[in-house]
Structure formats: C-alpha cells, structure tokens
Design a protein around this ligand. Structure first.
Ligand code: ADP
Ligand code: MG
Length: 574
C-alpha cells in the first residue's frame, strides 16, 4: 500500500487538521469531529449530514453558505456515533430546528436516528431524511434497502439553498423528500478500494474485469463483466437508471462523479457519452456536475446520478453556494453569529449533586446484586479486550473488520463511566452503560447494545436483587429494544440470535434456581452464536454479502455470547 499518510490510525484526525488550515471559513470540533461553518446565520434551519470518512469531499467539503451547517465525520467507512451527531445538532441550534441528511446504511441510520431522538427529547425540532438512490441493489431481504450515494450531493445543495432562503423545517424537509423521490444513481468500479487501516484491497477485481453497480464502500454490485468501452459502460449505467425511473421528456440535473482514482479526462469522456445517450432518450440535461464529489478512497470508476428537475429545484440549485468543494453565485453576507458564540450563550444545565451513599441493600444471595451487575460490566470489558482480535477477524470475514475494536472500546468506556458515576440502581447503571456504548461505539452495534442496556436497566428499575423472573423480563425488554431499533428478528444472523434464545430460556426457567437459569442461558448463548454459521445475513453490513455470508459466525452474535457468559461468571463465581 502506498498512501500519503503518517499513521493509518490517524488518517481522519490529521485530515481534519489539514482541512481546517486549508479553509478558514470552517471551524472544526476535533474532539467530536464535527465540521461547522463559521458563518451560519442564526435564523435558519440547520442542515446537518455526515457519515463514515473516505468519501471526500462529501460531507465536510459541502459545509458552508448555501449548503450544510455541519458535517459529522466518522472513522473511514464507519458511521459517526450519536454523541458526535448530537454535538452537531447542539452546535448549530438556532431555534428553527435541524434536518439530518442520512445516507441509507444501517449504522448511519441507527446513529443519526438515536441522536435525533435525544435532541427531540431535549426540545429541539429535528427531522431526518434517508437518501436511497442507488438502483444497483434492489430492495430485498438481503439489503438494508437501497444504498444512499451520489444523490446526497445534489440534495445537500438543494435543501441547503432552501434552508438558506429561510424556509421552515417542514418546507426544507419536503424539498429534500422531493429530491429523494426524483433522483437515481448507479456506479461502476474498475478497481477495488484500499482502506488505510487494512492496507490491502477490500475485494479482488481481475485486471480485465469491472463491477457494475458497486457501492461506495466496495459493496458488491450487480455483476462483473469484461472491461469495455466508455460508450458501452455509459450505456449500461444510463439503461439501469432509466429502467428504474422514467426521466423521459424531463429536465434533469446530472452528476458524473469520480470514485477517487479516475482522471478527470476519463470523467469528461464518460460525461460526453452520458449526455449524448440521455439526449437520444429524450432527457434534457439542464445542469451538470463533473468531478470527484462522493468518492470511495482510491477506487477507480465513476457513478452517474440523474435528478428530475422542476422550476423549484432549479431555482434552488442555481442559488449561491460557497463551500470548499462547490462554489458559484455570489456569497451572501449576513450578520454572523458563529456557532461557538451561540454555544457560549447556552445556559449549562445545573446537575443536582449526586448522593453517593447507597441505600442499605438486603442481599439474600438469591438474586443478582448491583455490585454483581458492575462486575458484569468489568468482566465484559475484559472479555472484549481478550477477544478483540477474534471479533475483528469475524467482522473482517463478513463485515468491515471493526467490531472487535468497536466493542472493546465501548465496554471499556462503559466501565469507566460506571466507575465515575457510581450508579445506585439497576436503572441508572443500565443508563450509564447504554449511553456510554451509544457514544463510544462507531458501528451499528453501538446503538443496539446501548439500547439493550438502557432497556434492561429500565425494566429492573430500583430493586435490591434481581430474581429469575425479573432477569427474564429485563432480557426480554432489552431484546425488544434491539429488535425495534434494528428492525431485525431471529434467524437474520445478528446478535439477536444469541439474545433471543437467552430471553426464551430465562422465561422458561422462571421458577428455577438462579444458578440453573444462568447455566441454561449460557448454553443457549453459545448454541445461538454457533447457529449463526449457517445463516445468511439479512441485516447490517454482512447482508451486502448475501449467501457469501454463510460459513462464518456473526461477530455481533459472538460478542453477545461473551456478554452473556460474563454475566454468568459475574454472578456464579463471586
Ligand atoms: P458495523 O456493522 O457498523 O461495522 P459492528 O461491526 O460493530 O458495526 O457490529 C456488527 C454487528 O452488529 C453484526 O455482526 C450484527 O450482529 C449486529 N447488527 C448489525 N445490524 C443489526 C440489526 N439491524 N439488528 C441487530 N443486530 C445488528
Ligand atoms: Mg463492523
């Protein structure tokens, strides 16, 4: 791997430092990794987007006048956490609400939704829209719906103009929805992509083959074909899009986008082909963009996006914009209040002093105590640390090789949070662990495990000891939370294939001794984990692999089994 980097682990951090030096109109919160514009007018709807890094200039390059107010940067190809998104929401809050623009990937949707919920509970008006324009992958049980790709750029421009004009949150949301309904994309890869932290190409693509419909993370497309001419490739892309949506006799905004490693000279050849083909098919291209706008690190290839335009969309498209990656028209000069000044005026909430002394507890030895719950978290943190490499390997096989790091970081930060907060009830320890997982884990698993612990603790509330029926009810509540947040069920090769059998077993052992119930739960957890080997992943990143996901343990199921095992050890071996 040859890359202009210093340390693969610091790629995002160092890129943000450079970006801030390059663009004085941006202000970057380096801790939360949020890119703000320094010139947001106060009285407007805040437009926020973000996602994994590696797609530059998306999203940070589109922060500025007439476009985004803030962009949240995750690790390479990894969703940011709800905590990061929350920082973007509170840092741009001018009282008119915020619209979150989410690309349709499981992790992004979960993390942004969670942040939206948190902000709403604090009284901030937050809407979100999910972009899903990639026609390559059809809606099926093997995908999390269509992927969000190039249309995001056009949407950020158009909704950005609507917000800048002073439209209301609902109006800006409606414009964004219209763009989503009327836009479609499709891409093609000539080469694979190399993540700095991985050091080798994510997939093999023979020298003489290309992959039609590939995703912006190198997810499988529709099919591989022998390399052919620009004219023929353009024809395939145009056909795929026009088959999906009828742009005939419409005005259109067209983007011919480079994936990162394709020279502009080739992009212009492709654009020429596309423009001629569209003219033949009766599509009137009235505006265009040609260049690298949503990339896939160093992938060679391109994508085509077509948006049906009407007077409203064209007017908003033509409105002035001034961002690092997109600039035209006049810059608007408005009285400026920087986000940091706004923040400084925010009243910090007074936290009531916390009582540290625990109430006397009546421990009978028949149930799980609060101190055992703390031990559970400690043993979980240890287990995730010990098995980190193993979990990473499982995720490398069917995902993106980050689960080990995600969950090890998450449980260790949860343990720190517990020790700092010194919670005095099950509800509170669940909340501390849950919130800390939500804000420290960058993947899909963070909000899911976070939800599990939140609901688990909530269900138990404040009792001295947890007996089997209470434990069963708490597990059930946690599992239901994971199911509704992740829209998944048993048999889909996820952590639920461990959690659901455990909840079932605990309910079945309702009248049994705690130790018997726990042993059975432990058994169910390991069996559930191993049963994921033969399953086809239907949720999360692994689902992009379809049948190729068979033959591997699901990483989330493996970590869930470790959690159950740690609980059993914490209670039985005290
Ligand atoms: P990411 O997939 O974002 O990289 P992780 O690697 O940390 O996140 O976690 C992956 C695990 O999360 C999967 O192995 C699976 O068990 C779990 N998971 C993903 N999506 C869902 C979902 N919708 N419902 C339940 N579990 C899920
Ligand atoms: Mg992963």
């Amino acid at each position: 791997m040859k890359k202009l980097i210093n340390n693969p682990a610091n790629v995002v951090t160092e890129a943000l430092l450079g970006m801030e030096l390059a663009h004085p109109q941006l202000r970057i919160d380096h801790e939360k990794r949020v890119i703000f514009r320094t010139s947001s007018p106060t009285e407007k709807v805040a437009l926020i987007s973000g996602g994994g890094s590696g797609h530059e200039p998306l999203h940070g390059g589109f922060v500025g006048t007439g476009m985004l107010d803030a962009a949240v940067a995750g690790e390479i190809f990894t969703s940011p956490t709800p905590g990061q998104v929350s920082a973007a929401i509170s840092g741009t809050d001018g009282g008119k609400g915020a619209l979150l623009i989410i690309k349709n990937y499981t992790g992004d949707v979960l993390n942004f939704q969670m942040a939206a919920e948190l902000a709403q509970s604090e009284g901030i008006d937050v809407n979100y829209v999910v972009v899903k324009d990639d026609v390559a992958v059809e809606d099926s049980s093997f995908t999390a719906g269509r992927r969000g790709v190039g249309l995001t750029v056009l949407l950020e421009k158009i909704a950005g103009a609507a917000a800048e004009e002073g439209q209301s949150l609902d109006e800006v949301t409606a414009v964004a929805q219209k763009v989503i309904e009327q836009g479609r994309s499709m891409g093609v890869a000539l080469t694979s992509v190399t993540l700095p932290a991985v050091g080798k190409p994510s997939f093999d693509l023979p020298e003489d083959e290309i992959e039609m419909g590939v995703g912006i993370h190198g997810e499988p497309g529709r099919h591989r074909i022998k390399m052919k001419s620009a004219h023929e490739i353009a024809q395939d892309l145009v056909d795929a899009i026009l088959t999906d949506y009828d742009f005939t006799h419409s005005d259109a905004i067209v983007m011919l986008n480079g994936m990162g490693a394709t020279p502009l000279v080739e992009l212009y050849i492709m654009y020429g082909e596309v423009a001629r083909l569209l003219a033949q098919r009766g599509v009137r291209v009235v505006r265009n963009l040609v260049g690298n706008y949503i990339t896939s690190i160093d992938m060679a290839g391109c994508s085509l996006t077509i948006l049906k335009a009407d007077d409203e969309l064209l007017r908003l498209w033509d409105a002035p914009v001034a961002t690092p990656a997109l600039t035209w028209g006049h810059t608007i000069s408005t009285p400026q209040t920087s986000a940091s000044a706004k923040l400084a005026h925010k009243v910090t909430k007074d936290q009531p002093a916390k009582a540290t002394a625990h109430r006397d507890r009546h421990e009978t030895g028949q149930g799980i105590t609060l101190s055992q719950m703390r031990t559970w978290i400690e043993l979980s943190a240890q287990a995730m640390d010990t098995h980190q490499d193993q979990l990473t390997e499982l995720d490398a096989a069917i995902g993106d090789a980050d689960h080990g790091a995600n969950i090890a970081r998450g449980m260790s930060s949860a343990l720190n949070a517990v020790d700092k907060a010194d919670p005095d009830s099950f509800a509170e320890i669940g909340k501390v662990v849950g919130m800390s997982l939500v804000s420290s884990v960058g993947g899909a698993s963070g909000p899911l495990y976070g939800t599990f612990f939140l609901r688990f603790g909530q269900e138990i509330g404040d009792v001295d000891e947890v007996d089997v029926p209470t434990l069963a009810a708490a597990f059930r509540a946690g599992v239901d939370g994971v199911r509704s947040r992740g829209k998944a069920d048993a048999g889909e090769k996820t952590m639920l294939d461990v959690f659901m059998p455990v909840a079932d077993v605990l309910e079945a052992y309702n009248d049994a001794q705690l130790s018997d119930a726990l042993s059975a739960a432990q058994q169910a957890a390991f069996t559930g984990r191993d049963q994921t080997i033969d399953m086809i992943a239907k949720k999360g990143r692994a689902s992009y692999l379809g049948e190729r996901s068979i033959g591997h343990i699901d990483p989330g199921a493996a970590s869930a089994a470790l959690l159950v095992d740690a609980l059993v050890t914490a209670v039985m071996e005290k």
